[in-house]
Design a protein around this ligand. Sequence first.
Ligand code: MLC
Ligand code: AMP
Length: 493
Amino acid sequence: MTWFPSLNHGGKATALVDGDRSLTYEELNDTVTRVIDGLLNGVDSLDEERVAFLYPASFDFAALIIGVVAAGGIAVPLSVHASVSELSHCLSVAGVKRLLLPSGMRSVALDEICEALGVEQLAVEDLPEAGAPKASPLTAEQGALIVFTSGTTGKPKGVVHTVASVSAMVTSLIEAWGWAETDVIPLFLPLHHVHGIVNILLCALWRGAAVDLYTRFDAEQLCRKVAADRYSVFMAVPTIYVKLISYLKTLDENYCDQVTEGFANMRLNVSGSAACPVPLFDEWEALTSQRFLERYGMTELGMALSNPYEGERRPGHVGQPLPGVVIKRVSESGEDITDPDMPGELAVKSRTAFREYWGNPESTEKAFVDGWFLTGDIAVIDEGAYRILGRASIDIIKSGGYKLSALEIEATLLEHPDVSEVAVIGVPDDEWGEIVAAAVVLGCPVSEDSLVQFSRERMSGYKVPRKWVFADALPRNALGKVTKPSLSAWFEG
Ligand code: MLC
Ligand code: AMP
């Protein structure tokens, strides 16, 4: 199985830029080789060892994600925003024994959990130099990548992609969206999700294009490069385009024109990971004359639906199945829906689909019906283009492109000794799509601030509820189940 063709023939072309440093393909190849060599340390395959890493966007991150797979391991990129208890969950679910991280990411709390889990921590530069690596050839079905995703039950699950599914994700997007060696793209999205990892980093590097690395989204820095016509392709979640528009409004007219001209000159602006509201599509077009290519994807599937690269891109729609993707819609009772106007849950078969949830055969089995992966997203078909209406479960929230589980947030809040009952929902928000809101019944008085503080210590900042309502009781139906839809009204105004 071929893995990363560009590394062998990219030569002196720029692969990655980090501030004022850049790395050619030849240099990236050397770094990857060193990673493979150090990880293998004399053996010929890592045999699906899950090698975790906690690196911000950097040359080391790129070398690890390619090198771990080439060495026969499964790459487990972890979130640099995660709390220690979230990291502990990921490390233990994936059965990780080696965690690579820069020394600056180490902490006493992380040391403690790594010790308890028997995880060795080391930096890329600490990897041994064992001589020329002799890695065994890869098979299509071997695991390559684990990305954690929230579901409607419990804590995040580790989605296992294989060498074949990652390769299919990358090659299908390169083809569908016309990636070229001459492309230059900025990467500011988090590197623990497929949008940043696959759609941007791996597609660009596989094709021999150049990637500018940013450790976080920074409108000012980014727009300076856009104004200088540095980029040909731009990919982001809708929240980022909202933030860019707000930033553009703060600029003087002359500079604002340079930035919008920079966007106008690109060959492609993609929006995805969450619904792009039609007014946002229109405003971006009015500013930059770019019509977003909106696409729909999922951690378990990579990209499934896409507006055309060439052809009509319809606002509020996510287009048609990408090549190799087969989609049908099913009713709640599992029957196939043929009427395009009737809403149904998207069910997908694709060569880009994941293999399993790591160590969780029960969830894996439930996720598929007769080989069709059930997405949990409800859609109709409007004159040949899919339109996503929402999700089957109220317990899945999408905030700024992150998929969050209301149940996971509720379970964490219930760990607080003074919280007796809690219900978490997503409420609509112009900037974030949805924001997390919590309705809480307290046993003893406790302030909102201290609950926020409590939450921050235990979960990533983006999961912490932004809106709080305190009540004497939660609304429940005859069976005692909280009637979550009725809670939305509590957070209005
Ligand atoms: C940050 N914050 C969020 C948040 N991101 N709150 C809710 N939802 C989010 N998504 C909070 C921080 O905790 C902080 O709170 C405050 O907002 C400001 O933080 P920040 O770091 O300055 O925000 P910013 O850098 O502007 O981050 C916003 C963002 C980021 C949009 C750049 O959220 C982001 O990168 N989102 C993309 C996620 C993504 O890539 N998803 C793809 C999943 S894959 P405080 O209180 O601490 O100040 C997938 C499949 C597919 O979905 O189809 O692609
Ligand atoms: P994740 O599990 O983080 O990969 O998120 C996948 C989910 O993001 C999908 O199931 C959808 O609910 C949502 N999503 C991704 N792209 C879009 C889009 N273009 N429009 C609406 N929802 C989207």
